[in-house]
Design a protein around this ligand. Structure first.
Ligand code: AMP
Length: 292
């Protein structure tokens, strides 16, 4: 395994991989790697010949300075996990190396970035995500990238960026990895107090309640949302958003007629947690756990 910090060195290496005609899988991350990241790496390892993981806490996608400062950084353990998982390259640039002081060009997503996290974190969030992922694609030049369903809106926006801007990259989207009590693995989980950690699984429990209602044929979003909100009534929970949206456009559904994305974000103390499920009638044609 090789660790590369210089963008130019990464690009040189990527060009050599491309020339050699090797299948190159890429897993972009912000580090503090856990079993969720590991499934993406394992899939890349299974699919391809070369696997690159990037670890970069991207300052431009944080709307909250304290959130950026507090984001867990555990490089030594991350490198260990990557080595164990058989990763070939770990790309760990600094912000100064990624962003020139006189930079002037951004990648701006449009409608898909308006609702959900785009609304609650502000327009800059997905501009930061798209811009850095576009840059990483040009530095790593993978033929396949791996994203997690936990960040479904992000995956959908990147999928659209790939097709709208003609990046020669395919995307694999993998299901959310959870703790035994249902809490989606997240780097932010370690910032929860003991009490908050005990309450946190209520988020997935509420999503499951919603999914069950859809499976049973409930078509009224407000009825589902009301029931889910009653499951999130602990005084420590602040609901950021809770929406039932179209899988392709992420716009709110007025009536649930097929599959839908139930997406939620809550705050527990200072920690913001997001999660989602794809739900619908039991006989739906759409595969569970994947946006295709
Ligand atoms: P992050 O380091 O949080 O930016 O995440 C990097 C990638 O890992 C993104 O594609 C995430 O969707 C994915 N990821 C994060 N948490 C999980 C999880 N619990 N299960 C599956 N994938 C995840």
């Amino acid at each position: 395994m090789r660790q590369i910090t210089e963008p130019a060195a990464m690009q040189t290496e990527a060009a050599a991989i491309l020339r050699a005609g090797k299948k190159h899988g890429f897993v972009p991350t912000m580090g503090n790697l856990h079993a969720g990241h590991r499934t993406l790496i394992d899939q890349a390892r299974a699919d391809g010949e070369i696997v690159t993981v990037s670890i970069f806490v991207n300052p431009t996608q944080f709307n909250d300075g304290a959130d950026f400062e507090n984001y867990p950084r555990t490089l030594a353990a991350d490198l260990q996990l990557c080595a164990t998982a058989g990763v070939d390259y770990v790309f760990t640039p600094t912000a100064a190396e990624i962003y020139a002081p006189d930079r002037d060009i951004l990648v701006i997503p449009d409608k898909l970035a308006n609702p959900l996290c785009g609304l609650s974190r502000g327009r800059g969030h997905f501009i930061g995500v798209c811009t850095v992922v576009a840059k990483l694609f040009n530095l790593v030049r993978p033929d396949r990238v791996y994203f997690g369903q936990k960040d479904a809106q992000q995956a959908l926006i990147i999928q659209r960026m790939i097709s709208d801007l003609n990046f020669p990259v395919k995307m694999s989207l993998l299901p959310t990895v959870r703790e035994a009590d249902g809490l989606a693995l997240s780097s932010r989980n370690r910032l929860l107090t003991k009490k908050e950690r005990q309450i946190a699984p209520q988020l997935y429990a509420a999503l499951q309640t919603g999914a069950q209602m859809l499976a049973a044929g409930e078509s009224r979003p407000h009825a589902v949302i009301e029931k889910m909100m009653s499951r999130l009534s602990a005084p420590e929970i602040e609901i950021d958003y809770l929406n039932i949206v179209d899988l392709a456009t992420l716009t709110d559904l007025e009536e649930i007629t097929g599959d839908a994305l139930i997406a939620a974000a809550i705050k527990l103390g200072d920690v913001r947690l997001i999660d989602n499920v794809i739900a619908g009638r039991a006989n739906s044609a759409l595969k569970r756990g994947a946006i295709e």
